[in-house]
Design a protein around this ligand. Sequence first.
Ligand code: S3P
Length: 166
Amino acid sequence: MRRLGLIGFSGSGKSSLAAFAAKSGFAAVDSDALIEAKNPNAAELLEQGREEDFRTLETSVISGILKSDFDFAAFGGGVHYAHPAWKEIYESGLKLVYLRSSFEDLIGRFEERPLYRKLGREDYEKLFLARCLLYEKSAAFVVDTDGRGLSEIWSEIEEIWNSLFR
Ligand code: S3P
């Protein structure tokens, strides 16, 4: 199947790179955008401590994505917690590209995100470290993002696409 998923922590550029993909003529979807379209208050669920409700919503959106036609799909930073959609991703054999960033490089990009506002810096950094292990473990490809512009990162992703599918 000719398709790739983008994973990584909040602020690593998943949505922007999906937009790059769309501009380059690929069919690209962004799970967070679809969640927001379905429920404009979805992000607030996280701030209210209703993570389970958010993951339920995320799960149904991801299941829909997996059944649709796409080339690139950007998933939210907590995709591993969206059960059983995560299992579906895994079992579908979808190859994942992990946008790997350091915590320091991301600071300033995620401070407005709901989970950061809920957890505060110390716990958010712990979450980051735990998630990095999950991203590394589940990704077929790793693309480093620190200090790099989006177009440079996109070129590397396109190279991965071409190496697999062209
Ligand atoms: C989340 C990350 C967000 C979004 C939601 C939950 C998380 O996506 O799905 O706020 O659990 O880390 P981004 O990674 O695009 O910020």
